[in-house]
Write a protein that binds this ligand. Structure first.
Ligand code: DON
Length: 304
């Protein structure tokens, strides 16, 4: 029997000794106001037990982590149509890179770089009567938690400085890969990225990807085949130009956000979320990655 609780406590202790905690994202001004020393982990071992250490009940900005959740809702609504508009290849470039989109005629490499997530946001704007409420409702359903909400200040802050995302959305529009207005789609995209959640809530939300599409309440939201595919994209594209490094160090499908969160999972076994706000140069949580590397090494649980 693995003693998960003491492994997580050990990791927290080891991580607290690391001096270089990375740098908090500042291109969204509102994200600067975060305590760099915060650190939390929450683990759900399927059909078994839950464990939390540190600040696992503090809400933070989920940012790109939500790209997996909007994708799940889009495939649940539109199934295969999604893949005509977004590819499933790693980009090997930063999350907000523009050049590839022009060269590849407005088809984003994958749904987790900003261009791909903006196409997914466009699909949800078309599919949902009220996208902002519909997406929040989906998150509250899969977590069985009505307390989850957007952070309107973060969304407004990103809108004020989201020049690259405006450039991406306009480029998509010029190639005919954005059906709705640029402003409407980006207003929804900034809102989705502002979703504030704790490590515990993120782990609960991602449970369905480890559990063949069924959420914690045992309700089926996506098929097991859709869950398999989304996990594959998390493995190959979840960390942008650091996806190879994450697979090498940690060996799990996962997704990061510039709020400093990372969620990772081993299908049928566990879901784990980590939060440490300081980022490395690729925009992924520096200590979050280290903590997950320690976790899969100590438990010897990874997909490899
Ligand atoms: O669009 C953006 O730039 C942010 N809302 C999300 C970027 C992000 O989280 C990248 N992940 N590491």
């Amino acid at each position: 029997m693995i003693d998960f609780k003491s492994i997580l406590e050990d990791i927290k202790q080891q991580i607290s000794l690391v001096e270089d905690k990375g740098n908090v994202a500042d291109y969204i001004p509102e994200l600067k106001n975060v305590n760099k020393n915060a650190f939390g982990v929450y683990l759900n071992v399927l059909k078994n037990d839950n464990f939390g250490v540190g600040d696992y009940q503090t809400k933070f900005s989920t940012q790109s982590i939500t790209k997996v959740l909007t994708l799940a809702l889009a495939v649940a609504k539109k199934t295969d149509d999604v893949w005509k508009r977004v590819d499933v290849e790693p980009s090997g470039n930063p999350f907000n890179f523009l050049t590839l989109l022009e060269v590849e005629n407005g088809i984003p490499r994958n749904p987790f770089i900003n261009s791909g997530a903006i196409v997914i946001a466009d699909i949800l704007v078309s599919e949902l009567e009220n996208p902002k409420e519909g997406f929040l409702d989906f998150i509250r359903q899969i977590t069985n938690d009505q307390s989850i909400d957007y952070d309107y200040k973060v969304a407004a802050s990103e809108k004020e400085t989201g020049f690259k995302n405006y450039a991406i959305a306009n480029l998509l529009k010029s190639f005919g890969n954005l059906k709705n207005d640029v402003d409407t789609v980006l207003d929804f995209y900034f809102m989705q990225c502002s979703l504030a959640m704790t490590c515990e809530q993120i782990t609960n939300a991602f449970y369905l990807f480890a559990n063949k599409g069924k959420c914690l309440q045992d309700k089926l939201h996506i098929t097991s085949s859709q869950a398999k595919r989304i996990n594959a994209i998390m493995l190959t594209c979840g960390f942008y130009d650091e996806a190879g490094e994450f697979a090498f160090e940690v060996g799990l499908p996962g997704k990061s956000g510039v709020g400093g969160g990372i969620v990772a999972l081993l299908p049928n076994k566990f879901v784990i979320s980590v939060w440490s706000p300081g980022l490395n140069k690729k925009g992924n949580s520096k200590l979050g990655m280290q903590a997950l590397e320690l976790f899969t090494s100590k438990t010897e649980l990874s997909i490899f």
